[in-house]
Design a protein around this ligand. Sequence first.
Ligand code: ZN
Length: 117
Amino acid sequence: MQQLQAMVLVMGYQLVFHDGGPKGATSFDNATVSVRRNLTEAEARVTYLHELVHTFRGPAHLADEEAEEEQVELLTSRLLIPRMENGLTDHLVRRRFKVDAECVEARRRPLREDRIA
Ligand SMILES: [Zn+2]
């Protein structure tokens, strides 16, 4: 986790924490990544990487924010779960790759290559 935290700083973002609400948020205006306190280890791992991917990609146009969010979820899930072997249950995937249920769900969605660029 410390490496992921350090990467946020390397990207030039300040790292802060919040209580309640979304697990993470990236503010491009303030160059700040905020992560909710008291996440499970798996949730924190997914959240840090998710927000990092936002910092890599930068802000989306207002009209594209929903699509951008989905794309960040897909990319994050593919980085954390590089292989989906047939027959693995969600529970086993979560345990093997130390990710949360939302990440597994995102990983099972098809990747739309046209949205990556
Ligand atoms: Zn996001």
